[in-house]
Design a protein around this ligand. Structure first.
Ligand code: FAD
Length: 386
């Protein structure tokens, strides 16, 4: 297959600016009330059920989905603005974020009607946490080597095996997971996987924590021991989940959250340099701003393509690849640019705390959501180079 790269020059329309102001005012109120601290990194990764419900009440979850399912029929560009403001503010959206970004769209496409009517409105109200059950011990990047099994029984399926690196599983309500329902064929090694909606409260599921270098509890191992799921929990075509997983990943990889995870150190750099930085610092900061601006234009362009009903898999992979490398390098660059400043700059303590956190977080950025090497393989294939 050969595809031309396409980044349409999409601009955010005027209604997005009004929305941006509304979101900023809401976030300022929440920060003032002590819901989160915009200067304390890590909040963006925490779970806050009450806050998610307030966001749901504002209409900022399931923004692009049909009203029939609790959605708001707004554009992907409006959703883009909301995502961007929440990430930049470091607000705790982790509880509902995966459901909003990628699980909801999968359910919209593949779930039976009664499941959609039950679950989608609850996602929109900020009540549900979804997780992604793709990686397994021994098959991370190679999704199609997954071994966790779903076996057909009367009225449903029995699930056995384990998933790993499952972010948020310890607080999750549901998982969308890939399970082996038959063996791969000679012609197609991707054949034989089916996507299931798993109720994380079902008997037989154990969630074992895996603690990150930052000390945060983000991801987990999830073990399935004869877990029963009814037939209506099968999402899409049996044995053909590979077609679904790739389009889901286009949603996962292209958003502004893919290059803004360490953005707080850039804001602190701007504060540290003040209104009149010396020429060397201004040049360094200027480069970062220009690079960020380019990434943002590309990411907005992908949002425009999603709005147009396209599946920008290659473009989304490019945004994720370039974006995570940029955000991974950012803390080191900020450290270089601030190292020679007077020790008594006003925000030194905040800056040092944020740098310490960002440098510890940075290694995972090019792994989560698909590693750099895997993304480059997808891009090369999309361009007809392999
Ligand atoms: C913070 C974080 C959160 C995550 N959350 C989730 C989650 O919620 N759900 C989930 O399912 N997964 C999750 N993951 C898993 C993640 O998306 C990666 O896909 C997975 O960790 C990679 O698999 P692995 O660790 O087994 O590494 P491997 O696949 O063994 O890769 C090891 C190295 O080999 C390289 N490599 C592998 N295959 C190839 C190839 N064919 N060509 C070239 N190089 C290759 C990789 O790029 C990597 O550098 C998360 C990971 C992180 C870090």
């Amino acid at each position: 297959m050969s595809t031309d790269l396409q980044f349409d020059p999409v601009r955010l329309p005027p209604e997005c600016e009004a929305l941006r102001n509304e979101v900023r005012a809401f976030l300022a109120e929440e920060a003032a009330a002590g819901t989160f601290d915009p200067h304390c990194p890590g909040y963006g990764d925490s779970h806050n059920r009450a806050f998610s419900k307030r966001i749901g009440a504002k209409g900022w979850i399931g923004m692009t989905w049909p009203k029939k399912y609790g959605g708001h029929e707004r554009s992907f560009l409006e959703r883009y603005v909301v995502t961007e403001e929440f990430r930049v503010a470091n607000a705790p959206v982790r509880l509902h974020f995966v459901a909003d970004r990628q699980s909801g769209p999968v359910l919209l496409k593949y779930a039976p009607e009664h499941v959609k009517l039950d679950i989608l409105p609850r996602i929109c109200r900020g009540e549900l946490c979804f997780v992604i059950g793709m990686s397994e011990p021994g098959s991370g990047s190679d999704l199609f080597a997954a071994k966790a099994k779903a076996t057909k029984v009367d009225g449903g399926w029995r699930i056995n095996g384990s998933k790993i690196w499952t972010s948020n599983a310890h607080v999750a309500d549901y998982m969308l997971g890939l399970f082996r329902t038959s063996a791969p064929t000679k012609e197609n090694r991707r054949h034989g996987l089916t996507q299931f909606l798993i109720d994380m409260k079902a008997p037989g599921i154990t969630v074992n924590p895996i603690i990150q270098m930052t000390g945060q509890h983000d991801f987990n191992e999830v073990v399935f021991d004869d877990v029963f799921m009814t037939d209506d929990h099968v999402m899409g075509e049996i044995d053909s989940a590979w077609k679904q997983a790739t389009s889901e990943l286009a949603y996962e990889r292209s958003g502004p959250e893919r290059f803004l995870e360490t953005f707080y150190v850039m804001l602190e750099l701007i504060r540290a340099l003040g209104a009149e930085p010396d020429i060397r610092s201004a040049e360094g900061l200027g480069r970062l701003v220009a690079q960020l601006h380019t990434l943002r234009r590309m990411s907005v362009s992908v949002a425009g393509m999603l709005q147009a009903g396209k599946e920008p898999v290659v473009e989304g992979s490019i945004v994720k690849d370039l974006g995570t490398i940029w955000e991974q390098k950012l803390p080191g660059r900020v450290r270089e640019l601030t190292a020679f400043l007077e020790p008594e700059i006003g925000n030194r303590e905040t800056l040092e705390r944020q740098l310490a956190f960002a440098i510890t977080v940075a290694p995972k950025l090019t792994i989560q959501g698909g590693t750099t090497e895997i993304l480059r393989g997808i891009i090369a294939r999309g361009l007809g180079l392999r």
